[in-house]
Design a protein around this ligand. Structure first.
Ligand SMILES: Cc1cc2nc3c(=O)[nH]c(=O)nc-3n(C[C@H](O)[C@H](O)[C@H](O)COP(=O)(O)OP(=O)(O)OC[C@H]3O[C@@H](n4cnc5c(N)ncnc54)[C@H](O)[C@@H]3O)c2cc1C
Length: 400
């Protein structure tokens, strides 16, 4: 009997869809935060705790958990199973960096306690990291211990407006090289911003530019020279005056706008891609996306995590004419869809990229796995799956 674990159901590649039927294991009632350990800076929570319920508990104690997928109804078990990242990855890494221990129920009924409240651990193969990103194929998580950081005293959100996306993206390596340590660096383009304003009745605070960098800084005090330096680097690469969001409310508004961009595009979206390329290749990959838009007259709105090379292009049922989305255009979108995703993935592969930076493989991306990692690695992964789940009951039909 197939068993599919379902966390918040926010995953973007069909990972928790019970495609072969069977049992869906809802995690909703495993919803307790068990302990905030102030001496070890760790939180232990059950797998069904939603991030939006976890953050306030740890923040109240003066702590901070950096991983932040844009949808806060994702659950602790789900973010481990997908190795979720989000905008703060550039500075702190993905969930993998923060997982210290996990309780896993194996398909044949054993319950494992893997890891501990440890900062380092070289005791045998690292099974903890094997379970991270296992997408519900190797075991069901019921409880996890995650490392925390002290809560930053201040954060500041900057928006740098640019005449072109290429200028915006080319700013990022210099920000990283100068060790300015942003918490997040996101890029987005005007057409997607306009659609989000229209669809969700939200307002973006900067008007009239083609592209934007959204930069979040965590600061030890009010006055930090890094802010001036980041502004100078942005302006040296063609940015106009930076918008500064200082109050927590204004900063939350800006971040929520970014998180909601997917919701605005969704009615027309056939697939959100999750390509990750070396940072030096982001600008080239985004240029390739725009060349495909022009060639196929199909809008491919693209935004992403400029700081870590993770680019989300959306394959839409929307045309592209005179450099703008054309919502009236008629085309055989179903026929165009595989052509565009093949071309986009091909470009990523040429640049040394991968098909998923944070969403995982699930159902949506499994046909590309072999092509990207090769048959030998797929065979090793399948061997691991067989070892842990000899009857192939956990989330069968996903990933491979
Ligand atoms: C608007 C929006 C923005 C997003 N932004 C980001 C982003 O910035 N970064 C990012 O990384 N992701 C992002 N995501 C994707 C999504 O939030 C993450 O993939 C998240 O980690 C999924 O968590 P979930 O609890 O919803 O898992 P689900 O969608 O329920 O499941 C995902 C996978 O995990 C498995 N699983 C779930 N719970 C368990 C468990 N207890 N034990 C074992 N396996 C389990 C499922 O079987 C499935 O394979 C976004 C999604 C949306 C809708």
């Amino acid at each position: 009997m197939p068993v599919t674990a379902r966390g918040g159901g926010t995953g973007l590649c069909g990972g928790c869809v019970p495609s072969p039927g069977g049992i869906v294991l809802l995690m909703d009632r495993l919803n307790r935060v068990l302990e905030v350990d102030k001496d070890n800076l760790m939180v232990t929570a059950e797998a069904g705790v939603r991030l939006c319920d976890l953050y306030p508990v740890i923040e109240k104690e003066g702590f901070f958990f950096p991983p932040h997928p844009g949808e806060e109804t994702a659950m602790v078990g789900g973010v481990i199973a997908t190795n979720a990242g989000g905008s703060r990855t550039v500075r702190y890494g993905t969930v993998r960096t923060f997982l210290r221990a996990v309780e896993v129920v194996l398909p044949q009924g054993d319950i494992l306690q893997v890891g501990g409240k440890l900062v380092k651990n070289s005791t045998g193969f690292n099974l903890l990291h094997l379970f991270v990103g296992s997408e519900g194929l190797l075991g069901v998580f019921t409880k996890a211990t995650l490392a925390l950081l002290p809560k930053p005293r201040h954060t500041l959100t900057l928006i740098a407006p640019y005449p072109s996306i290429a200028d915006a993206i080319r700013t990022v390596p210099e920000i990283i090289r100068r060790d300015l340590q942003p918490l997040a660096v996101e890029f987005m383009e005007q057409d997607s911003v306009e659609l989000t304003e229209r669809q969700l009745h939200r307002s973006w605070p900067v008007k009239g530019s083609q592209a934007y960098l959204l930069i979040i800084m965590d600061l030890p005090g009010d006055d930090d020279p890094r802010v001036e330096e980041i502004a100078a680097v942005c302006q040296a690469h063609g940015s106009g005056d930076l918008f500064v969001a200082e109050t927590p409310d204004k900063q939350r508004e800006v971040l929520e706008f970014r998180s909601q961009m997917y919701a605005a595009l969704k009615p027309w979206c056939m697939e959100i891609l999750d390509i990750v390329v070396p940072r030096s290749e982001i600008a080239g990959h985004v240029e390739a996306v725009h060349a495909l838009e022009r060639e196929y007259k199909a809008w491919l709105p693209t935004y992403g995590h400029a700081g870590d090379g993770n680019v989300h292009s959306h394959i839409m049922r929307v045309g592209f004419r005179d450099g703008k989305p054309d919502f009236e255009a008629k085309a055989d979108w179903d026929a165009l869809y595989p052509v565009l995703r093949n071309k986009l993935h091909e470009d990523a592969r040429r640049r040394g990229g991968m098909i998923s930076g944070e969403h995982g493989i699930g159902l949506a991306k499994k046909e590309y796995l072999r092509e990207f990692v090769g048959p030998r690695q797929v065979a090793l992964m399948q061997g691991i799956k067989r070892l842990l789940d000899p009857n192939n009951i956990l989330n069968p039909g996903k990933m491979f």
